[in-house]
Design a binder for this molecule. Structure first.
Ligand code: NAD
Ligand code: ZN
Length: 253
């Protein structure tokens, strides 16, 4: 299960010794919950689309009902899914007293559902909606009415009547700057960053491991496949997150 540089026992010792830990996750950490990665989600009815044809503001403005429906299907699948052993292991480590921040590119909310308290969602959350014209905050929209009730087309913003959109970051959009800033601070301050289930290709999120490394942290990659970060990682643990993380975080003796 281990790759170049370190084995599970050695990385376990680094986890125990870490004063501040960041667990940086991508779609792979939710794969064992049955949530398809972005490209895998474009199957069946959606097979003829590129992500760029659905996950952009231009696509939404051109065909709001179609884009809304695609997100409604993904939202329903995520609502049915459960956190897996990887999400649970991360939450348990934090509960056990580790100073740990989860920085995730995922929009599925499964880290929080598993019990993680400190979760920085870089790409938003599919379970929230916000006004297309930006008039109000998603929490208030959520509290106002059940916008999930009609999946066929975007409901109107309760405040200004513009369509609601999913509160996720689309191609070509900025990340929520306050969340990104907090993630960058966490990366700069940690001494160990576990990079779990991400191809580490989508910027600026993918820059966080290098930021941590340049600030002196060890990087450990957990992934069944090769990633561009393997070359700079102090350890590479090849395997599924749901198998590797519980083993990595288990209590001594
Ligand atoms: P990605 O699809 O580019 O890469 C997924 C990575 O996970 C790959 O490196 C793959 O080898 C690895 N992987 C697959 N199964 C795994 C497992 N069981 N355990 C550990 N690793 C596994 O995903 P990305 O890097 O997150 O970037 C894609 C973008 O799309 C991101 O913004 C992401 O948040 C978004 N997205 C999110 C979700 C979600 O919220 N669950 C799903 C799809 C896409
Ligand atoms: Zn509005």
């Amino acid at each position: 299960m281990s790759g170049p540089g370190a084995d599970v026992a050695e990385v376990r010792a680094w986890v125990r010794a870490a004063r501040r830990l960041v667990v940086f996750t991508g779609a792979g950490v939710s794969a064992e919950s049955g949530i398809p990665t972005f490209r895998d989600a474009l199957t069946g009815l959606w097979a003829r689309f590129d992500p760029e044809q659905l996950a952009t503001e231009a696509a939404f403005r051109a065909n709001p009902a179609m884009v809304w429906r695609w997100y409604a299907e993904r939202r329903a699948a995520i609502a049915r899914a459960q956190p897996n052993a990887a999400h649970r292991a991360i939450a348990a480590l934090e509960r056990g007293g580790a100073r740990l921040a989860v920085v995730t590119q995922n929009i599925d909310g499964l880290h929080a559902r598993a019990g993680s308290r400190e979760v920085l969602e870089l790409h938003g959350n599919i379970m929230r909606a916000r006004c297309l014209e930006g008039c109000g905050d998603p929490e208030r929209i959520d509290a106002k009415f059940d916008w999930r009730a009609d999946p066929r087309e975007p409901p109107p913003c309760p405040r200004c009547g513009s369509p609601l959109r999913p509160d996720v970051v689309w191609f070509g959009e900025l990340l929520p700057q306050d969340v990104l800033a907090r993630a960058q601070r966490a990366a700069l301050r940690c001494d160990l960053m576990l990079v779990v289930g991400t191809s580490a290709l989508v910027h600026p999120a993918a820059g966080l491991p290098m930021l941590a490394r340049e600030a002196g942290a060890r990087i450990v990659v957990v992934n069944p496949d090769r990633t561009p970060l393997d070359a700079v990682a102090a350890g590479v643990l090849r395997g599924a997150a749901g198998a590797v993380l519980p083993e990595l975080f288990e209590k001594p003796g």
